[in-house]
Design a protein around this ligand. Sequence first.
Ligand SMILES: Nc1ncnc2c1ncn2[C@@H]1O[C@H](COP(=O)(O)OP(=O)(O)O)[C@@H](O)[C@H]1O
Ligand SMILES: [Mg+2]
Length: 358
Amino acid sequence: MSAYLEVEGLTRRFDRTVAVDRVSFGIERGGMLALLGPSGSGKTTTLRLLAGFEQPDDGLVRVEGEDVTRADPVARRFGMVFQHYALFPHLDVGENVAFGLESRRVRGTELARRVSRALGAVDLAGYERRRVGQLSGGQQQRVALARALAPEPRVLLLDEPLSNLDPALRERTRREIRDIIRRVGITTVLVTHEQDDAFDLGDRVAVLRGGRLEQIGTPDELYSAPAGAFVAGFVGRASSIPVQLLGLANRGTRVRIEGAEWEIDAEPSSNGHPLGERLLMARPESLRLTPPGPGAVPGTVTARRFTGPAALFQVRTEAGATLEVLGQPTAAAVGERVGIMPSRRAGGGIYLFASDDR
Ligand SMILES: Nc1ncnc2c1ncn2[C@@H]1O[C@H](COP(=O)(O)OP(=O)(O)O)[C@@H](O)[C@H]1O
Ligand SMILES: [Mg+2]
């Protein structure tokens, strides 16, 4: 069975930049995919290719099995909310929402009905005659969402819809947007550089880097089984340190890590040489502080940050790596010499990658 929205080998070059590099994914009807990546990774270009504002050099876009790769933006019936939400300040809320419908030749009472329905869907029923400038940033973003939803698009495209909001408003607006989209049940692609947005909103997340899709999966899959060092570091916290792979152990893998030897519950990493140098990446909760001693990597606490019931310790090892370790707030003080061991709690959080995987 094929997906509702399918993207195959999508590619877009600008001069020497490959902005989008053979990107493929599928979304089921009503699914929500978050495209997550740092600035310049090709998120906006991917969205513009989907919307039809940009033509691909290669690849296909299909919706409901229909090839819309060369269809013009109106014909493909996708709705888009832009990063810098372009509400018209001289028009009222109702006129802003009507904008996309008028270009589709909806008029009169039908127009009023659909504007009112779209505003109702974003919990702004009755706001037709308000001025845009009277609304909060979160409300303005919901008007932009109503404008995109009013023509009843097949797919909704959102480009960093929360980036203009301050942190307090951001979380609330994120929840509102999530509830609205769930209620409408529309197939959605959301672009963001914020992991929290991607994880809260996406039922699946696609991580982009330099135009390439590094990994696609549920938030859980990305967090617990990152495909490479980039995803491990970009999704959640992880610190990295070079190690020597010594061989397989009873359970997992044996590594030399700055004079200590650890048995860790990690795949040995398939690429690269069978033994030798690897990059170890560890979630803070998969490490623990111990007194310095055999089996522990010695280091000095350089910072301690409270994160609720636990504290995040930054430890500088003797070879100069920095490892983040989660522990009891009273476990150590800044400046104290400590040891680091893998956490006793079995299962994940420590990964081995090829030493040049960066
Ligand atoms: N119209 C354009 N002309 C030239 N280069 C572009 C154009 N649009 C995007 N790029 C380049 O393509 C890459 C991806 O850009 P973009 O899709 O905007 O990334 P993101 O949205 O992830 O920040 C960047 O290197 C950017 O400079
Ligand atoms: Mg962008």
